[in-house]
Design a protein around this ligand. Structure first.
Ligand code: CO
Length: 284
């Protein structure tokens, strides 16, 4: 024992100086955020699914929307921006972090988040490596999988000849093309399903014209968004005259709304988790 301690003591000291930080892997889930309590429940289920699949890896969250962070702060709920979350992870000794976007498309929100988080890679005494997982829709396979989940979760009461209108967010960012691409894929599976967007192409007026032309009498409105938040509640299902429900009702259609965001479907969460697994594999 004496010999061992004599031998090991100096080598330990020498090793100490050059010793690299012990590897500590973490996961950071990034979402736009929500102040709707039902949507927070959906996030809690995603949190549980991530912890279940990637056992032993600590999971943290960041919200990109400052407005939502401030609103939650007023209610006493502290949430962090991606920058603050990563700064804290660096402080807490994380060396490798997989950041998973819970966005739907790689639009402006995703790209800004990507740029921000990558700046935290390689700072002195900071995080050595960061890998970012793709949002829900990235490769064609993601669109096919998503379309199948949507189809499998349509309201069972919907009958043949009744249309389904999906409300996507839409953006001025070039990644808006994911919506018409998704529309193409889903219409191959069911021609009575049509996807529109609030802020991009296709717009609700085009959708309305299509439905009128097809002589559709009944429409099911569903959010094509991760959670049924403000857009779903107001722009889609609201009572104001510019809501999708009002516009289509005015055009003579009987509208039914479903307020379930895509993140409520476990098979959609699985797609995000597959992207996270890919990001984690890049950390090794
Ligand atoms: Co919006």
């Amino acid at each position: 024992i004496l010999l061992l301690s004599l031998v090991s003591a100096p080598s330990l000291q020498a090793g100490d100086r050059a010793k690299p930080k012990p590897v500590k892997k973490g996961i950071l889930l990034v979402t736009f955020g929500t102040s709707v309590p039902e949507a927070q429940e959906v996030f809690d289920r995603i949190d549980a699914a991530v912890k279940d699949r990637f056992k032993g890896v600590e999971v943290r969250w960041a919200f990109t929307a400052k407005m939502i962070r401030l609103k939650l702060a007023k209610e006493g709920k502290i949430t962090l921006s991606p920058s603050l979350a990563l700064a804290r992870m660096a402080e807490d000794g994380f060396t490798h972090v997989a950041v998973q976007s819970l966005h739907v498309i790689p639009g402006q929100e995703f790209h800004q988040m990507y740029e921000t988080v990558m700046r935290f890679q390689g700072m002195p005494k900071g995080i050595e490596k960061i890998a970012v997982g793709s949002p829900l829709l990235a490769a064609t396979e993601d669109l096919l999988r998503t379309a199948e989940v949507i189809l499998a979760n349509l309201p069972p009461e919907r009958k043949k000849g009744e249309a389904v209108v999906l409300m996507g967010h839409g953006t001025h960012h070039p990644a808006n093309v994911y919506y018409p691409a998704m529309n193409f894929i889903i219409q191959k599976m069911d021609p009575e399903i049509i996807l529109g967007t609030v802020e991009g192409y296709p717009e609700i007026n085009q959708i309305k014209e299509d439905l009128v032309e097809k002589k559709i009498k009944k429409v099911w409105l569903l959010p094509f968004m991760s959670v049924a938040g403000d857009h779903a509640l107001n722009d889609m299902a609201g009572e104001e005259e510019d809501s999708w429900k009002s516009i289509l009702t005015k055009a003579g259609m009987d509208c039914r709304v479903v307020l379930t965001g895509m993140a409520a479907y476990p098979r959609i969460v699985e797609i995000w988790l597959d992207h996270l697994a890919e990001a984690l594999s890049h950390l090794d």
